[in-house]
Write a protein that binds this ligand. Sequence first.
Ligand code: GLU
Length: 370
Amino acid sequence: MTRSGRLKRKPKRITIKVGTKVLTDKNNLIDKETVKNIADQISTLMDKGIEVILITSGAIGSGLGMLNQKKKGRSLSELQAIASIGQNYLMDIYNSYLRKRGYIAGQLLLTQEDFNDRRRFLNIRYTLNALLKYKALPIINENDSVSTEEIKCGDNDRLSSLVADLANSDLLVILTDVDGVYDQKGQLIDHGAEIMNCKDLLIKGKGSEESTGGMATKLDAVKNVSCAGIECIIARGKKENVILDVVEGQKIGTYFKPQEKSLKARKRWIAFGLKSRGKIIVDGGAEKALISENRSLLPSGVKGTSGVFSDGDVVDIVDESGRTIAKGLSNYKSDEIQKIMGKKTALIEQLLGYKDYDEVIHRDNLVILG
Ligand code: GLU
């Protein structure tokens, strides 16, 4: 495929994420003009045969606006109800503009549990492919009406990166309320290729009251898709024709080139798809063995654990200063690790009364984070 402006190639399948602040006005009501513009631009792409998947926020935001409520002080069940009202309304508006252009939408509401379970994960892929075959626009949001902290994806930036990856998108476009990512001097970064190591980014903290993310969650999303070999652009959602211009390869927003050496799908699932349930603290020797020698984590290198987790759960591997160096699937429960930490592998059976594995985390189930 040939280059398209600054994109490596003309994208055939695009995942687009639109944040709450793009979709709502200053009174927290849905900004119908913006929804229309987004639906129109997506329709234009679909007219050209480009497949689009839309991740939309705005369920809670628009629900709050409709009910004239503030998020602060609302109970979980009230927020879940507000999300169900807002989501329904949001879909109505998207649908009305899509229909004018001859398109229909299919709605998927997902939670973290859909990504934890391989079968459900694959089902999402099959459903998306079928929707795209019908030339329908898949519109996805977190299932805020049922999700609690435990089962939440957390934010739609993360959700969009997981979907872009599982759907094998060529490009992820994250639309927000700023022009892109700024450096410490307040200059817009045109090309964020060095994102994995870049310390100069101005990461504005959390999002607004109604939205969840902020720039930090967007950059996490970039890391995820970058490891999957997917190009990514963060740009201002209310800018006229922004989606069409981005797809044309024009210089808009901050562009992120994907990593050349991308991680294998299973490792990406461990690193980004699953949420950590706890931590394993390792000593300097184990850190070196994991990072430089591509070794498994043995009980002898473990200094401690934090949180309660089970065997098969994903945990963060942290150094003694608390810095996360890797993620992996634990072979043992947290209380078992407490009993075997610092000890030789040969002692596992004696200490636990059984031994299924020599390693606390096998290197095949371990991902070093950049
Ligand atoms: N799922 C939330 C909503 O639709 C938004 C989450 C986010 O802003 O990342 O209201």
